[in-house]
Write a protein that binds this ligand. Sequence first.
Ligand code: SF4
Ligand code: MG
Length: 334
Amino acid sequence: DEPILKVNNLHVTFSTYGGTVQAVRGVDFHLNKGETLAIVGESGCGKSVTSNAIMRLIPDPPGKITAGNIYFKGVDLTKLSEKKMRAIRGVDISMIFQDPMTALNPTLTIGTQLTEGLRQHQKVSKEKAIEKAIDIMEVVGIPNPKERLKQYPHQFSGGMRQRIVIAMALICEPELLIADEPTTALDVTIQAQILELFETIQKATGVSIILITHDLGVVAKIADRIAVMYAGKIIETGNNRDIFYQPQHPYTKGLLNSVPRLDLAGEKLEPIEGTPPDLFSPPKGCPFAARCPYVMEVCNKVFPVQTEYTDSHHVNCWLQDERAKSLLATIANE
Ligand code: SF4
Ligand code: MG
């Protein structure tokens, strides 16, 4: 089957007074129907910019998609007019952000906010919209939906508010749901419940999900595949088992070492030392070289090509690539 989403060679820049930030530098990935892909990396790695680009929510200026294609069901979103994109946004592709409060209007009832998108995009009657709102509130686990429709956001707990935001994103029955750090603002128990909710929703609706997070621990249970981003590039992709049991990239290994583990309670976590490179002038070689304990001469000179470690598992690291040796020889002869 054709993937529902295919991103090819995506580049996004932001112009600032200090120069041009190369926020996303040639990102490729795909998402199969009904699958959950997690995009993981530190803040500033380009993961949110990538998801905003899919939604065509990059403010231009100062932002710009400078190259690449984003195929959603075969249609290149980068080529669509804003008008056509508006018909897709919130309907075929929905997005959930980190802070539920900013997504909700404090002055409108939950019922009004839930039915707004439906009424606007699908021209359904008020009665039908309310019916659908009640259904979706049940799916996301909000008790007494009929009564609660009449209430305002401040009458709900943080976790319940995030459920409402998720319900809003789902009410038009999107095929793709993008969740950018959807649990970061919530406490740990509620986080787990919301993550479980994504699984429930996927089973109930078949929606394909992109989950953006800085926390590999969050995705361990629910991601089918994982793409690790660093300095505007994807540096390792694989299925859940590949990434958690056979990580190949030193950065991915570092991320895993900084995930709290129940079985190692009390042991000190090892965060990765150093900081990512400046994306005003990114290094031409491996962007992780300055922090990498295995750095070799070739790493500083040439960006590592993608190695197919297995069919499902790809990594951009010279340690994993036979070609590194011959490349180094070529460089030495130059
Ligand atoms: Fe480290 Fe080199 Fe691999 Fe980059 S390419 S992660 S510097 S070994
Ligand atoms: Mg972000």
